[in-house]
Design a protein. Structure first.
Length: 582
């Protein structure tokens, strides 16, 4: 049979060779031989088998065998990979590449796509006619994987159903998987109104929270649309769509979250902020929620603050050993200004918290001023900036200086007033830690002068600047090698062996077809030497500052990023996305 110009999948050709080369024992006999079931159980299952019904599914239905235990045996029989179907494996956009009528008639479900290769769950993965039909309908090569008939049927109903079916998707969620913590409001369901009073809405919100934690998300986006709502998770710095609830559910979902966060559910025209404390899978989680009115309805974004998933140990952040040694010397100085720079979401706050965890002791008075306080730390006095109460960074800093501090952490230097106080504090015997939005570490100096801080004050106060980025790690389960396009190597000014192979992820169910799982930091540390102080004091151009730093052993973000690529930790595409190459 011709496959529209595509070659036969390797797994099918291998299966054909296996079937021709030797006869494998029948499924029932093999399960008995390996002690999975008894002969009496097999005979009982065979008596219940009707026309067209498969033995394996009967064994699962009778509870004699778990689906996860059965699949490896069936996959070995067919000679193809197997998959235990679940929501998170299916890309909603990719699934609809196969028309619903074809998915139902052929018992197939598209899971994810990598380039022109479509991974499809099939009840009969060696059926060449079905593969041919799917390839013709999608114009893609098909990689079949085995799944049970009832699992495919159930997920087809969810993927192609009329909107999002709350009850079906939350049916297997444990009752105590999500609990509202003691700090949250005692929920008065009557105040939610008729739409959100129903348990499906509570289940849906709980399901979203539960999945966000299990998928390691940092943020949840719930957005209104013309046809449906959209729920997206930010995982490893990138957004991906998770589910599409019916648009009728959207107001009730937002109201449910507002009540949990002690916000005004009657206010739909103004932005609001709140916090929710929940216990998910026996883990205490803080959620920071922000709502924003849009033309289609309110959008809610929840920042997930999970202390158990964040390390505040400086040694665990991945800072190179040479930089780590220099940084350790800088942060143990009795006074001076130490800055952490980078874009939003690059891990600046985590780095500062890690420094504070290293420095804190009962002999040291450490005070922080943050907007907002994200994580609560022991032995630290943390001050929350509140514009409503007119508690600005500058006002809080003035008060802090009268509290006999040893170390001061400022969440972010945003204006001249805050910058002036921070520099003055550093000059009068305090170690001041803060963040700044610049592209690299040398850029922090002109940024402070642009704010209006005198260059001679910066030269006297500044001890060091660390710039950082977070880049996604290549998934270890689907890591593969390839030869990159020379233009990509030109873009990063690569000077190594251009004929070597580089690493990238091909995409798999472990990483949700992204090719990445987890993140690794890229760092560059600028130490303010005597030569740099002289240059800063006379307001030298940034290029002159960079040249002096490089002459003193300074390594740029780009150089550190290329080193991570050569080690196979991240990919060329990823460092081009996040790193600075000048």
């Amino acid at each position: 049979m011709t496959h529209t110009g595509f070659s036969m999948p390797l797994s099918l050709s291998r299966a054909r060779k296996d079937s021709q080369g030797k006869n494998k024992p029948r499924l029932g006999e093999r399960l008995i031989a390996e002690g999975v079931i008894t002969r009496d159980q097999l005979e009982g299952a065979l008596k219940q088998q009707s026309t067209g019904q498969k033995l394996g599914e009967i064994l699962v239905d009778l509870g004699l065998l778990a689906e996860s235990d059965l699949l490896p045996y069936l996959a070995d029989q067919f000679g193809v990979p197997h998959v235990l179907l679940r929501e998170g494996l299916v890309d909603p956009l990719v699934a609809t590449l196969i028309p619903r009528h074809l998915a139902e008639s052929c018992e197939v479900l598209a899971l994810f796509k990598v380039h022109d290769l479509l991974t499809v769950a099939m009840a009969e993965p060696t059926n060449l006619a079905t593969i041919d039909r799917v390839e013709r309908a999608t114009g893609l090569r098909v990689r079949p994987v085995l799944a049970l008939h009832h699992s495919i049927e159930e997920l087809i109903a969810r993927v192609y159903g009329d909107g999002f079916q709350v009850d079906s998707i939350t049916a297997d969620m444990e009752q105590d998987a999500v609990a509202v913590g003691d700090e949250a409001v005692q929920i008065d369901f009557e105040s939610l109104g008729a739409d959100s009073d129903s348990s499906p809405i509570i289940n849906l919100v709980n399901y979203i929270l539960l999945q966000s934690i299990r998928q390691r998300a940092s943020d949840i986006h719930i957005e209104a649309g013309t046809q449906h709502s959209t729920v997206r998770f930010r995982v490893d710095g990138m957004l991906r769509e998770i589910i599409r609830p019916k648009k009728e559910y959207h107001p009730a979902m937002i109201s449910r979250l507002k009540v949990m966060a002690k916000m005004d559910i009657a206010e739909h025209r103004l932005p609001q902020d709140g916090r929710i404390h929940v216990v998910i899978d026996q883990r205490p989680i803080d959620l920071r929620i922000s709502t924003l009115p849009t033309v289609l309805g309110e959008k809610a974004v929840l920042r997930i603050l999970d202390r158990s998933s964040v390390t505040f140990r400086l040694a665990d952040l991945g800072i190179p050993e040479r930089q780590m040694k220099a940084m350790d010397e800088l942060i143990h100085r009795p006074n001076g200004l130490f800055l952490v720079t980078g874009p939003t979401g690059s891990g600046k706050t985590t780095t500062l918290y890690s420094v504070i965890e290293l420095l804190k002791s009962v002999e040291t008075n450490i005070i922080t001023v943050e907007d907002p306080v994200e994580y609560r730390l022991d032995l630290i006095n943390q001050v929350h900036v509140s514009h409503a109460a007119q508690m600005t960074f500058a006002r809080a800093l003035r008060a802090i200086l009268r509290q006999d501090p040893d170390i001061i952490m400022i969440g972010e230097i945003r204006d001249l007033e805050t910058a002036e106080i921070a520099v003055q504090a550093a000059l009068t015997g305090h170690l001041v830690l803060s963040t700044l939005h610049t592209n690299d570490s040398p850029g922090a100096i002109p940024r402070l002068t642009d704010m209006g801080v005198a260059p001679f004050k910066i030269a006297a106060a500044l001890v060091g600047v660390i710039a950082q980025r977070l880049t996604r790690r290549i998934c270890q389960h689907c890591k593969t090698t390839y030869y990159p396009n020379p233009t990509v190597l030109d873009a990063i000014r690569y000077t190594g062996d251009r004929n070597r192979q580089f690493m990238r992820g091909s995409g798999c169910d472990k990483c949700y077809d992204t090719g990445y799982k987890g993140r690794v930091g890229i760092y560059e540390l600028l130490e303010v030497t005597r030569e740099l102080r002289d240059l800063i004091a006379r307001n030298a151009p940034i290029e002159e500052l960079r040249k002096a730093a490089v002459a003193n052993g300074f390594r740029t973000l780009g150089e550190q990023a290329v080193e991570l690529v050569e080690q196979g930790a991240t990919s060329l595409d990823e460092i081009l996305r996040v790193a600075v190459f000048e």
